[in-house]
Write a protein that binds this ligand. Structure first.
Ligand code: SAM
Length: 240
């Protein structure tokens, strides 16, 4: 009964291939047709991506480093990583997301310049795959803002699986379960907007840490990104 999959996953897949795709493509994009809340989330998410790139780069150059971006969305992380020379495997449960990520990667990476960097970007390898079916080994595995779609009992199995794919480090972001945010979420559930098609699950840092410890990993760095409507806890884990 603890197996990852089942109802939540099918609902999530359907959402991110349809209305969720439209909503998040806009939020993660650059166009002006976003409302105040969406703009705030765009800014918060961009900070998360920026923090992750900083966390990664602190440990040395990304050139040639294999990175698995599990649940890549529209490629917000995969594309800048490729620009830094990382060898990126990007996948997502949503075919619509993967197609958009691939389109943006071609647009941005094949235009020549690499934003002043001297490395030649390698086009990420894009795949439509849920993270439970991912295999192989990667120097680094990153999974941003995906756990929010799964309750903790499923998140545990996802974390264990992601750790099994990573050789050196695993970076996760999740919406932290604190009293304050728990309350906010409850208020949100009382007034569900039309765009909130999926449930949001919050996770306590202690639960995430426990799941990592169970498979022999420890947290080395922690970060927190908050704006008015976006909040993400970031953890970088390494083999203990
Ligand atoms: N990681 C991206 C980012 O930060 O820009 C996208 C975050 S978006 C909020 C969540 C993404 O997770 C969606 O693209 C969704 O399709 C994907 N997703 C949800 N469940 C998944 C699963 N089980 N396996 C792979 N991808 C999944």
């Amino acid at each position: 009964a603890q197996e990852v999959g089942g109802g939540d996953k099918e609902v999530v897949r359907e959402y991110f291939n349809n209305s969720g795709f439209q909503r998040w493509k806009k939020i993660y994009g650059e166009t002006d047709d976003v409302n105040r809340v969406q703009l705030d989330i765009r800014i918060g998410h961009a900070k998360t991506v920026e923090n992750v790139i900083e966390m990664l780069a602190e440990e040395g150059s990304l050139e040639g480093v294999t990175v698995c971006d599990a649940g890549c969305g529209t490629g917000s992380l995969s594309i800048p990583l490729a620009k830094s020379g990382a060898v990126v495997s990007a996948s997502d449960i949503s075919a619509a997301m993967v197609a958009e990520a691939e389109r943006q990667a071609k647009e941005e990476l094949q235009k020549g310049g690499t934003d002043g960097s001297s490395v030649a970007p390698v086009m990420p390898k894009f795949e439509v795959k849920d993270l439970e079916s991912l295999n192989g080994k990667y120097h680094t595995v990153v999974c941003l803002d995906v756990l929010i779609h799964y309750p903790q009992n499923k998140a545990d199995a996802m974390i264990a699986h992601l750790a099994s794919l990573a050789e050196k480090r695993l970076i996760l972001s999740f919406a932290p379960k604190t009293l304050y945010y728990d309350l906010l979420k409850r208020v949100g559930e009382l007034f569900p907007g039309p765009s909130k098609a999926t449930r949001a699950y919050l996770h306590s840092e202690a639960d995430v840490e426990k799941a990592l410890q169970k498979v022999g990993w420890r947290i080395r760095k922690r970060g927190l990104v908050t704006t008015q409507f976006y909040f993400a806890k970031l953890v970088e884990a390494v083999p203990a």
